[in-house]
Design a protein around this ligand. Structure first.
Ligand code: HEM
Length: 299
């Protein structure tokens, strides 16, 4: 397995830009709101935030690139990271991005693909040499995963990995999340935003009008659906509306005050279990390395 220090070295080398930054998803802003689960899900997981009581969330909407100086209009994958803080003070995170499928189970291939994608002239050759990645890339193209959205409020985000929901009686259900926007092109603001920070400018204006909501859907694994791989496809699975994330305000960036804030897809609470998905299991080591670097340059 690729050494996470080497992964972060390679990803940081791939992108220009200031050193005090996330290695990927360098440009983003923090927002606050609540998550409220639908009554259907409490029977499937005993997790506190799935009980139906409103749970505070911190959301970070981001551009996926590692160079925070790239202007928002440039096409990119986008991210939506969510931290749910339960009544007992514990928290759990979900990190979504705009590509509905992940291309590989091997972290080294993900790093190599990220590097190759920054060289558009030779990227098709890279894909030809990695044909197993093509279905995920095609799914991303169909979903317009690399785009220039008008607003984060209109974007669908996919947290990719499966998680085990464990009920009060111990029964386990494997689920995959999708964050679907409630906003549509029909309810856009009249004002047009065109500047380098147009996504956060638009969100600031939109939040003065009212909250921004994403529905949280879960796909429920059935027979033959593998929860232990980021690349597995769950054809024909049942979907369930699990709740709503309602963002009401922008928050100050906690890192400006010197408090590194990490979203970690393996941070779970009682009632949620991790799969053995190798990408999921690898990610915390790379994220810890990334935050250690920016913290040491920061504090
Ligand atoms: C081997 C695979 C992956 C590697 C090596 C990787 C690496 C990284 C790194 C180093 C960061 C910066 C973390 C920080 O400094 O706090 C990051 C952020 C992020 N990644 Fe990944 N990533 C991987 C897979 C994924 C997947 C599968 C998703 C989505 C499902 C994802 C979504 C995100 C998001 C949304 C952020 C920004 C989090 C924030 O706003 O703080 N990544 N990734």
């Amino acid at each position: 397995m690729l050494d996470p220090v080497v992964a972060v070295d390679r990803l940081r080398a791939a992108y220009a830009g200031p050193t005090k930054r996330r290695t990927l998803h360098a440009k983003g802003r923090f927002y606050g709101g609540t998550f409220t689960a639908t009554p259907e899900v409490a029977g499937l997981s005993r997790a506190g935030h799935l009980s139906g009581a409103p749970t505070p969330v911190v959301v970070r909407w981001s551009n996926a690139g590692g160079d925070a100086s790239v202007p928002d209009p440039k096409p990119d994958i986008r991210g939506m990271a969510v931290k749910f803080t339960l009544a007992d003070g514990t928290s759990t995170d979900l990190l979504g991005q705009t590509s509905p499928r992940f291309p590989t189970d091997d972290p080294e291939e993900f790093v190599a693909m990220t590097e190759a994608s920054l060289r558009p002239a030779t990227f098709p050759l890279f894909l030809l040499r990695h044909p197993a990645m093509l279905p995920a890339v095609a799914a991303g193209l169909r979903a317009k995963a690399i785009g220039s959205p008008v607003s984060f409020a209109e974007v669908t985000f996919y947290p990719i990995h499966a998680y085990g929901w464990v009920a009060a009686d111990g029964a386990r259900t494997w689920v995959r999340y999708v964050f679907r926007p409630v906003a549509t092109a029909a309810d856009r603001l009249a004002e047009k935003f065109t500047g380098p920070d147009r996504l956060s400018d638009e969100m600031a204006a939109r939040l003065t009008r009212g909250p921004v909501t994403h529905e949280v859907w879960v796909q429920v694994a059935g027979a033959g659906h593998d929860p232990h791989s980021a690349v597995s496809v769950w054809k024909g699975c049942r979907e369930l509306l699990a709740g709503h994330i309602v963002v009401t305000e922008e928050l100050a960036d906690p890192e400006t005050g010197g408090a590194p804030t990490v979203f970690d897809p393996t941070r779970v609470v009682d009632g949620i279990e991790l799969s053995d998905d190798p990408i999921l299991r690898y990610r915390p080591s790379a994220y810890t390395e990334s935050v250690n670097r920016r913290a040491s340059q920061h504090l």
